[in-house]
Design a protein around this ligand. Structure first.
Ligand code: GUN
Ligand code: ZN
Length: 446
């Protein structure tokens, strides 16, 4: 039996390689067609060239709107959704005053599920279709997020936070219980549907060397899981870390000694790294999650993208909510541009967008599944209205009058001025999971 085919007409855009390697790094059809069947991409092309191949298929007309792969957030804390934007202080006080008390409530499965559902719906409203999320120390918090993600058939990456010291008692596990609980969660959820497990030692301050080693051992036992943790975010954090591990000459060495620096390890922040730490990360194939709204909000510092690019570390963009101030990766890109401006580097919109789509998928070794519209990829895509606000419309009129309206300018406008208002619709595995009130597309039989 032939499976139904769904056609989406619009401005089709996706990356095929890194803008840092080649100018010819993306595919773009100003009047394009995205062809989807059984939740996967069949093909893309110019509307006029390929439409006749699909007589009778249902067509959704998003003409004039951008169709692009869903955004990927490589570092976010879903239990912190409600405590976003809390006034005052830097990382370690902020964790003690706001974060840990908030996370204690996630031992309650109903509460965890309620927040997980709100979080996932907020992701969709912001055009994010995959995230690598921290849960809390409680197994219930992981069950809740994987279970909500499964309802939408969403590619979700998360895991139980491991913390066995320097945290409130209600949030601590032990080396043994942390390992047992993580193993149980891996067996239950990893690679079930689109779920992927992430072994999650929060950071070195809250895990003993023994617990870090147990995390690495788990990863060896299940080598296609991922690892996530925090690295070199804040000066006081670095000092504390080194005083807890005086045998290490820098922060990265704490994780290296435990065996946690791998090509499936995502390190949040990485603001104050030495060249040596960067080189060792690059050699290991480790991944940076750059979290600009959080780094500015918590006063953590200015991440050096040029250093990361020069040393060739895989770098991705991330929101880090609730240290981060928005779940919108567009806003995140805007802040990442400003941070690099302060570093003397005017990062292109293609670089930032790549680091929220195909670049992240590649870093996570998921580019055979997500991040582009190549044939066979899972159909996670978004519909973006690049003129959703009067300011964007005025800007377009101005650029058109001056003969400067082009794709790069258009995307840079959404990056600088855009947010959830620019997301008209979000599809996950070919299914509509979010439709903005502003959307009045037309569906027809062809
Ligand atoms: N370092 C350890 N835990 C956290 C957290 O929850 N947020 C941020 N921004 N940094 C951390
Ligand atoms: Zn974080």
């Amino acid at each position: 039996m032939n499976e139904p085919i769904y056609l989406y007409r619009g401005e089709v855009f996706y990356f095929k390689s890194s803008p840092l390697e080649s100018k010819d790094c993306y595919c773009y059809f100003s009047d394009g067609l995205l062809v989807v069947s059984e939740g996967k991409i069949v093909e893309t092309g110019a509307y006029e060239d390929i439409k006749d191949r699909y007589p009778g298929a249902s067509l959704t007309d998003y003409s004039g709107k951008l169709l692009m792969p869903g955004l990927i957030d490589s570092h976010v804390h879903y239990p912190q959704s409600e405590m976003i934007g809390m006034y005052g202080r830097q990382l370690l006080d902020w964790l003690n005053e706001y974060t840990y008390p908030t996370e204690e409530a996630f031992s309650n499965p109903e509460y965890a599920e309620r927040v997980a559902r709100l979080f996932v719906n907020e992701l969709f409203r912001n055009g994010t279709t995959t995230c690598m999320a921290y849960a809390t120390v409680h197994k219930e918090s992981v069950n809740a997020l994987f279970s909500v993600a499964s309802d939408y058939n969403m590619l979700m990456m998360t895991g139980k936070v491991l913390m066995n010291r320097n945290a409130p008692q209600a949030l601590t596990d032990t080396e043994e219980s942390g390992e047992t609980d993580s193993r149980e969660l891996i067996e239950t959820w990893h690679k079930k549907g689109r779920n992927l497990y992430v072994i999650t030692p929060r950071f070195s301050i809250t895990s003993t060397h023994g617990q870090l080693i147990s995390a690495a051992r788990l990863h060896e036992e299940y080598p296609d899981t991922y690892i996530q943790t925090h690295l070199s975010e804040n000066k006081n954090e670095i000092d504390s870390t080194l005083s807890l591990s005086p045998e290490c000459s820098d922060y990265l060495e704490v994780y290296e000694r435990a065996g946690l620096v791998t090509n499936r390890s995502v390190f949040g922040h990485c603001i104050h790294l030495s060249d040596s730490e960067c080189r060792r990360m690059a050699e290991a194939g480790a991944i940076i999650a750059h979290c600009p709204t959080s780094n500015l909000f918590l006063g953590s510092g200015l991440f050096d993208m040029q250093q990361a690019n020069r040393i060739n570390i895989q770098t991705t963009l991330a929101t880090d909510v609730g240290g981060g101030t928005s779940l919108s990766l567009w806003k995140t890109m805007a802040e990442s541009y400003k941070v690099q401006q302060l570093n003397g580097y005017s990062m292109s919109v293609f670089e930032s967008l790549y680091k929220c789509t195909l670049g992240t998928a590649r870093a996570l070794q998921l580019d055979d599944k997500i991040g582009s519209f190549e044939k066979g990829r899972e159909a996670d895509f978004i519909v973006v209205d690049c003129m959703a606000t009067s300011s964007l419309q005025m800007r377009k009129n101005y650029l058109e009058r001056n003969g400067k309206w082009n794709l790069e300018n258009k995307l840079f406008g959404v990056q600088t001025l855009g947010d959830d208002r620019n997301i008209l619709a979000t599809y996950v595995a070919g299914k509509l999971v979010y439709l903005s009130d502003a959307c009045n597309h037309q569906e027809t039989g062809m």
